[in-house]
Design a protein around this ligand. Structure first.
Ligand SMILES: *Cc1c(COP(=O)(O)O)cnc(C)c1O
Length: 468
């Protein structure tokens, strides 16, 4: 399978090159040169497969001759062996027509584990084959950092450094990062805020001498290989609920548009999905876009669902490329406009095309808390604020008729409630308990590096700590 850039000026390249490169040289994002497609019979035949086998079957269509289905299945088996539920991504029934898809059974209890655990193995394999080493550098405001440190810790060919803004992540999130004590895995507390962290990461990537010397790489959701494993749970959920015959729709708490785009990829692969619901918090840039076709950036307003406090959804560029008939030059033009003027618009017929597959709704903090409280009172179940935004949007889609009355709705539960205990407590009066494997988290030993907000200081710290 070949990969091409959404901006039309890099590629085609192979799967492993796309994996290790991350962001295309023209600033675009990689996508498969064409969407592989399963027939309904082929999807039927997936029903008896285990989660790892299903992952192998689906991802093999994207790796072509480079990695076999058997090897992908093996990698998925290893990636998900430590998850605390035998079905890996189980469903919980709320009503006959509404189910939660629980994506918090990995080591850091947020859905990022599903992709990151696979990605670490994919990196290992690609680096081993070429005898290279890599340094992974990322900035986090929460869930990505801990998932990446957990997944990449102790891997022979990779050193990983994650910057977080000192004193500005939740206690649980910070402990999840600083308690990873393994060779080559480093959490760095930066004296600054999240934007400072991100700017510093960008500055290091723009330092080409450093970048080439250490083999600098990124694992944020612009990497195609992070989306690939996320397609799998859309198939597993649909198959478990009677798909492909039963009509299914998904509601997806959305920030960077990675998870919901994986759902759209599942559609392109032939999985019948009636609609994908984009659920946002008060940072509603996508809700506004789907109303009038204008993408207009505003300032981020912190909410109870911090992993969705985003104004620029980087993965949206992949959908834009598809909506524009894969016209890389047009994407390049719109993205340039967006970065210089903070906005761009698409014509009505493009918006109409987008509205066929997607619907977008948003909830503010008060509405989010009301959903948490309602689910606790009616079903005796605690959900986290991100999952609550998803459920609230799912109901809005039902009420407005954008999802049919005989459709089964699956709302993605993207984090465990104990990852956001304060918000859950305030909304429901209940204190969520960490799962057994994290019960002693707050008592664990921790170590972290500290760095001032300065590129030279960060680079010398990484040079000192990385294994050679
Ligand atoms: C990352 C994250 C999201 C947003 O997912 P995107 O793929 O960025 O749209 C939502 N909820 C939780 C809990 C997350 O960690």
């Amino acid at each position: 399978m070949d990969y091409i850039s959404t901006r039309g000026q890099h590629g085609p390249i192979g799967y492993e090159e796309a994996l290790l490169t991350g962001l295309a040289r023209d600033g675009g994002l990689f996508l498969p040169a064409s969407w592989p497609r399963f027939t309904i019979e082929e999807i039927e035949a997936m029903r008896p497969l285990s989660y790892a086998q299903l992952a192998g079957r689906i991802m093999a269509r994207f790796t072509g001759t480079e990695v076999s289905e058997a090897e992908l299945t093996q990698m998925a088996e290893e990636a998900y062996a430590g998850f605390d539920h035998p079905s890996v991504a189980p469903l919980t029934r709320l009503t006959d027509r509404l189910h939660l898809l629980e994506l918090f059974h990995g080591p850091t209890i947020a859905f990022k584990d599903y992709a990151m655990q696979f990605l670490a193995r994919a990196f290992d394999r690609a680096l081993q084959r070429t005898g290279q080493r890599a340094v992974i550098l990322g900035a986090t405001s929460g869930d990505t950092g801990s998932a990446a440190l957990e997944a990449f810790k102790g891997r022979a060919a990779v050193d990983i450094f994650i910057l977080f803004p000192e004193g500005r992540v939740s206690a649980v999130q910070q402990k999840q990062m600083t308690s990873v004590l393994a060779d080559g895995a480093h959490a760095i507390a930066l004296a600054g805020d999240f934007d400072d962290c991100q700017d510093l990461v960008k500055a290091c990537f723009n330092d080409h001498t450093f970048r080439d010397r250490v083999g600098l790489s990124a694992v944020n959701s612009i990497n195609w290989a992070r989306l690939m494993p996320q397609i799998v749970y859309y198939f597993s959920a649909a198959l478990a609920l009677g798909g492909p015959q039963q009509k299914i729709a998904f509601s997806v708490p959305t920030g960077n548009f990675g998870n919901v785009f994986a759902g759209w990829a599942a559609m392109q692969m032939g999985l019948p999905i009636e609609r994908l619901i984009i659920a946002s918090n008060q940072n509603d840039i996508l809700t506004r876009f789907f109303a009038d076709g204008m993408m207009q950036r505003e300032t981020v307003r912190p909410s109870l669902s911090p992993s969705m406090d985003i104004q620029v959804s980087s993965n949206f560029e992949r959908l834009l490329f598809e909506l524009l008939g894969r016209d890389g030059a047009r994407v390049r033009g719109l993205m340039a406009e967006f970065s210089s003027q903070g906005r761009f618009a698409v014509p009505q017929e493009i918006l109409t095309r987008a509205q066929q597959d997607f619907a977008a709704f948003c909830l503010d903090d008060a509405a989010t808390k009301a959903v948490i409280d309602k689910i606790w009172r009616q079903h005796g179940q605690l959900i986290d604020p991100h999952s609550a935004v998803g459920l609230g949007a799912a109901w809005q889609a039902k009420e407005t008729g954008l999802v049919g009355s005989d459709t089964v709705l699956v709302s993605l539960a993207c984090a465990h409630p104990a990852k956001f205990p304060d918000a859950v407590q305030k909304a429901s009066g209940q204190t969520p308990q960490l799962p057994d494997h994290l019960a002693d988290l707050m008592d664990r030993e921790e170590a972290s590096l500290r760095c001032r907000n300065d590129k030279a200081a960060l680079i010398s710290l990484m040079e000192q700590e990385r294994r050679k």
